[in-house]
Design a protein around this ligand. Sequence first.
Ligand SMILES: [Zn+2]
Length: 344
Amino acid sequence: MTNNKRITAPHTRLTASTAALLAAAAVGTLLASAAPASAAPAEHAKTIAHTKTVIIGLDGTMLDHVKTANTSRLHRLLAEGTSGTSSIAGHPSISGPSWSTVLTGVWNTKHGVQDNSFAGANFVRYPSVFTRIETADPALRTESISTWGGIATIAGSGTPHADVVTTTPAEATETATDTATATAVARDIVDRGPDVVFTQLDQVDGAGHATGAASVEYRQALESVDVEVGRIVDAVDARARATGEKWTVLVTDDHGHKPSGGHGGQTPDETTTFVIARGPGYPPGVTRDDYRIADITPTVLANLGIAQPGDLDGRPLIKTASTPAAGSSTGSLSEGIPQPIFGS
Ligand SMILES: [Zn+2]
């Protein structure tokens, strides 16, 4: 599951000198230092032209609970981006099937994953987004860095698969493991600028199982994971400022939780999912009812200019994004984020 196609150098912590480099770097200087020595100028141009994507997967997270919690970073993304909830009723409300849907762009009826055993997975016929990207252009950098090991089963499937497939070694608590995951993601965004990086954080699901979605502990887990979301978004914003790259931040989940805890059934608490999209083309503060978890993979492919496979169930979110409501403001967008481009 962690049979990486390319072995990456040991990670180094984000140092003050790295931060200073990012802050000070001119676009050309940074790209020249970050790009492989063999990279041709044309590849530099392509890197600038397409939109990079970070997908932050928040396991077991319910958006209505996020909205009433002290989650300032997620609230900021809701304000700066377009978001929506939708139901996966009819599809298992289980991590394996749902994250497979996120990372293939097809529902369980096609990818075949029905539970966390991954028995019946058909990633040959319906490959992961990583396989599709690496097939289209092996020079693109794809990464999966997650807390739950099941993600590596998806990201490490197929040939070729993601350039980096990492499951964070367990820390003393799931909260600490999520911090390690998010720290690694933020560091790679700043230092390496992957074209797509997927991450999954698990502590909210853990709290849901332990004490239920109605519990104080569940809300505290939301507030804790919110800090990790902020860590990753800050890295994206720093990278975008330093390089001029365009980035889309996508936040999504796999299922909810019953008030008393647990999932896998078909109640609305379990089957309601959400997507938040912030970046070029997503009007700030807009909510939609047609954002589905199957749309993540098509969106990532569209960001990289890769043609949509005809057999996907989802479609790029950007195609459905509306123009902002009259009077809505883009003033809250941070300076590093390009203004929305409409009508693309
Ligand atoms: Zn769970």
